[in-house]
Design a protein. Sequence first.
Lengths: 209, 208
Amino acid sequence: MEKLVACHGCDLLVDVSELEHGARAYCPRCGHFLTRYRHDMMSRVLAFTIAAIILLVVSLNYPFLSFAASGLESVMTLRAAPGALLDYGMTTLAIMVAAFIILIPACILLLLLVISLSVLSGSPNPWLRASTKLVFELETWAMVEVFIIGVIVSLVKIAAMATVVLGIAFWSYAAFTICFTLAMVTLDRYQCWEMIEALETPKSAEATP
Amino acid sequence: MTGADTAASRGLANCHTCCKLVPVDEHECPRCGSAVHLRSTDSLQRTVALLITASILFIPANIYPIMITEALGTEDISTIIGGVVLLVKLGSIPVALVIFIASVIVPLAKLAAMYYLVWSVANEPHRGHRQRTKLYLTAEFIGKWSMVDVFVVAILVALVHLGGLIVIQPGIAAYSFAGVVLVTMIAAENFDPRLMWDQLDKNNDSDT
């Protein structure tokens, strides 16, 4: 059976029904990536999601960076960073940092957990479609990889002023960034929705002769 | 060349959230419940409005200080460019380059690319559809990397609070610059690259 996808770049219809495991489809007209088929996609997503959740929890609870100058020392944890900004009255900055590097990624991970478990166990749940929609809407606003680069730049800037020591949370956040990015890249928009639709329709499809 | 087999030519709209092909007379996607349009409505107008907003915000972002450092009674004010110059003086050329690219080149290049794309839809050049689609995808992808400088300020502010000895505060530019990045991201989301290809399809149809 023909499975058509319309390219998001140029609207051309492309048949993607005969993709082998691991094969990617690109638009023949504009070169835009269309979809990648993997029969074990959801298992991969689940694996990366669980790893990312564990690493995020570690990152939030251990020292991220510690800083020492003129005999005084201060330790920064990721969890306390937005709070520190709030204490200085920098509400906007606090909300942006909390949202882009902690809250939105955490939200996405929990939703991915719900989606992948639901699809893998073959049991649809009433929030499945809403959760999936939300994941794709939030995707653009997670900036974990940008934050890691920001941390490295800050280290260089501050090295002239004081001694900075990287904490466990820095390394786990770096690993979290990798797992989070892999989870998002592995979750193929088209295949994910096809799986959800297949999950919710077979009974009614079989019932009709 | 014959007219291309597009979703629009078959009277189907592509759902942006879940890739389902929906008949154009339906307004809601039956699979994910998102609003479905054949093409984003007023895509160009919205994109241009957001681009102008971002361009205006870019001015205070570069004139005003992004970070104010108070250390032992002396106050040090740095702008975005000032921060790059400081990094060069410290000898960290690679990091200076990262900040210069992320904070100056990327926002300017992205604004220029988006203005050009909007212009190209309005003026219908007959070539380079593929290259322009690539340009759009690149502009969309690199946008959020400009947030680096804002995160740097946030990290330094949160990290450095040594009992009044050293205090770092964000300047107005930190907020305007974050505004530039967020508004250009929304502008890129509002632009519909299919508008460029519609002209090609329209011209091919009139040829045959």
